[in-house]
Design a protein around this ligand. Sequence first.
Ligand code: IMO
Ligand code: MG
Length: 423
Amino acid sequence: MNIVVGGAQWGDEGKGKLIDILSKDTDITARYQGGNNAGHTVVVGEKQYVFHLIPSAILRKSKMCVIGNGVVIDPKALLAEVKILKNQGVSITPKRLKIAGNAHVILPYHRILDGLRESKRKNKIGTTGRGIGPCYADKVNRCGIRMIDLLNPRILKAKLEDNLREKNDVFRKVYDQKNFPFGNIYQEYLNYGRQLKPYICDTAIFLNNAIEKKKTVLFEGAQGAFLDIDFGTYPYVTSSNSIAGGVCAGTGVAPTHIHKMISAVKAYTTRVGEGPFPTEFSTQLKDDIRIKGKEFGATTGRPRRCGWFDSVLVKYAAMINGTTEIAIMKLDVLDDLKKIKVCTAYRYKGKIIKDFPLDLEVLRNVKPIYKTLDGWQTPISGIREYRNLPKNAKLYINYLEKLIGRKIKYVSIGSKRSEIIIR
Ligand code: IMO
Ligand code: MG
């Protein structure tokens, strides 16, 4: 079975942990979009690993990993990540990690432009500042630099010259900044190319050959459905298709090869950065859940905004993704609560809205309609069998299943690898 894992909220749903668990039974794990804006955390024993570009499955020695063409790669960040992971004892070799030659490269000017745009805009997006948006913009604008270009000094030189001429105009004339020196970037990126060369290949051929040989692939989504460039809360989104539909364009694996889609959801909701968030807490819970759930970004360290579970969002995400199963993560964070609320619909100007509204102005002004359930008020992290969960925890899960219309197959009850219940 080839399986897609994606987030059904605003990212940080616990995809890393889920990938770590599922990759035990698949051969290859592939990232298909996003870049080092992602932060996927895996805890094994006492050790914590944070992944930004490399699939979380790299921890399993016998498994292979792919960074697909839909990913935007900051080679400097990638090499730094490889170094950190190697220091943590993870084996990363060209045999185990394949990087798409046609993936686009994040250059220093992308990172700087990301920051400059944010600082100049009145309507800030709250990006991670990693240069993701400007890099994808160049890709679509047909002036991007791809990983294979780093292996060809002549091509890299020509493309960099063209790009720098244009970017430097923007730096000077729009943002009142200094020129970017060509020489430094050229040498620096040629050097990255030399280091990464053994990993770079046509990953579409690699993946399709593997599938032909009955190997199984797990596709690791980054971000979440509501950060998707098309279906998210635009413009407060990232610049790629994080939904399952992004897999095919982002890896070259056709839709006919995908068998299952697992959506990860947090037992509540979080969001980092700007944008509407109907169920956001306004009470003390805001801090309580943030602390209990350690809700600080794995990439930027920013505090995450927290709120109740919003079934209007997740139902829409399940539809867009063709979700076959749900994994509910961090259920244990709700252990202490006396009452737990779930958003079942919105109220807007006296009307009840059951579907996710396209118009952000509507989403910004809706009032969530809540159903209140009793909490279980007992620690659940030690439980390993579904039937041993407290009755109210099971009622919560059943209620969410009914609202979303999908089976909740995985229940995560702690950050450790072992803290998961599979039904
Ligand atoms: P993972 O994979 C949560 C958010 C940023 C910002 C918006 C655009 O860990 O779930 P960008 O830098 O992509 O242009 O920022 O998207 N964002 C994430 N939020 N988890 C992520 O990844 C995110 N990646 C980007 O905070 O609001
Ligand atoms: Mg994250």
